[in-house]
Design a protein around this ligand. Structure first.
Ligand SMILES: [Zn+2]
Length: 376
């Protein structure tokens, strides 16, 4: 918008007076340039997992790449704050929160076969949840139109009373609950494109008609949940949309699913805010899963999500980092997503062509989901 406004102003030939007048009018009627923010703080590196795939180096790689490519200078840095215990307790039991605090105080330890804590993990986890809350606050307060919380530990597997799959507190569920309570939003849409199903997020809002949860994930796969027939309970029936995909899906299949399921479902739901569990373990080079998405594909998915936010809720869009374990692919994919938020042209720096369409047949699956959810 900045460039467009300038060009139009140059067309005015009536001297400085009319140029200034036009500029005043233009600034009133033309929307301001897209402002996007990111949340980051070195506190997230204090969650020390030792020999693990979910490591501090993930965030270090992202930040180094954003700095190298000049993106950080285009973005507004949003300083995180720790979430309060009351905010965490919107989703988790107080007993569980105390267990996490106590485990950190004792120096850390394993909570399940995949999830480990260090002495700094409780503080990092409070700041991870608080980081996404700050992103929501910055958006609702008009400081930025969209934001990406580059935080860890991730969150979407954590349930009300247990850690799971590298996750301690469910950052997106906490931020959504906070937004419902603090801003009295009627409806929030959560889109989760991590390769794993966000069992904790689904569980949190399963009976809540104010939050629609849509997840694309490899299936069957960890954590085992995410089947077609998990559609929401009671008054929330239909607000939980699982898109369980076979291994091998790439850009073409994801775009089909986004266009044919996520877009119509979002339009029907009419959210006031869109939150995204952005997991990049769907990338073709990721060591944990078997999907084939490219950096370009992540940019295209971000375009669709941003389009929905612009169309449905004044651009209000906050993403939070979940998975993604190939450091080069992760950094490039996060950048492609941020490029979309900024209105830049996203380019695949890894130089990989989008994978050819039609390799994996998901048409019957899409028809089944449309049928279950009565989508056009
Ligand atoms: Zn994942």
């Amino acid at each position: 918008m900045r460039a467009g406004g300038w060009e139009k102003r140059e067309l005015i030939k009536g001297g400085w007076g009319s140029t200034i007048l036009f500029t005043v009018i233009a600034s009133a009627i033309i929307k301001p340039a897209m402002s996007a923010g990111y949340v980051y703080n070195p506190v997230y590196l204090k969650h020390d997992t030792g020999q693990h795939v979910e490591v501090a180096a993930r965030l270090e790689a992202i930040i180094a790449y954003l700095e190298k490519t000049g993106l950080t200078s285009q973005l507004t840095l949003i300083e995180p704050r720790p979430a309060t215990v009351d905010e965490i307790a919107l989703v988790h039991t107080r007993g569980y929160i105390k267990e996490i605090e106590d485990t950190a105080r004792e120096g850390g330890g394993w909570l399940d076969p995949d999830t480990v804590m260090s002495a700094g993990s409780y503080q990092a986890a409070l700041y991870a949840a608080g980081g996404l809350i700050r992103a929501v606050e910055a958006i609702m307060g008009g400081e930025v139109s969209s934001a990406f919380a580059l935080v860890r530990p991730p969150g979407h597997h954590a349930t009300s009373q247990s850690a799971k799959g590298f996750c301690l507190f469910n950052n997106i569920a906490i931020a959504a609950s906070y937004a419902l309570a603090e801003y009295k939003l009627e409806r929030i849409l959560i889109i989760d494109f991590d390769v794993h199903h966000g069992n904790g997020t689904q569980e949190t809002f399963y009976d809540n008609p104010q939050v629609m949860y849509i997840s694309t994930h490899q299936y069957p796969f960890y954590p085992g949940t995410g089947s077609l027939d998990e559609t929401g309970g009671g008054a929330a029936k239909g607000t939980n949309i699982n898109i369980p995909l076979p291994a091998g899906c790439g850009d073409a299949e994801y775009l089909k699913v986004f266009e044919q399921i996520i877009v119509p479902a979002a339009r029907r739901f009419k959210p006031r805010l869109i939150l995204v569990s952005a997991g990049y373990d769907t990338h073709r080079d990721d060591p944990l899963a078997m999907m084939e998405v490219s950096v370009t594909g992540f940019g295209q998915m971000a375009e669709i999500i941003k389009g929905l936010a612009d169309e449905l809720c004044g651009g209000r869009l906050a993403l939070t980092l979940e998975g993604g374990y190939n450091l080069d692919a992760l950094a490039a994919s996060v950048k492609a997503t941020l490029d979309v938020l900024l209105g830049n042209n996203a380019i695949d720096p890894l130089g990989q062509p989008p994978h050819s369409p039609g390799k994996t047949d998901i048409d019957r699956l899409i028809e089944a989901i449309k049928e279950i959810h009565k989508l056009p």
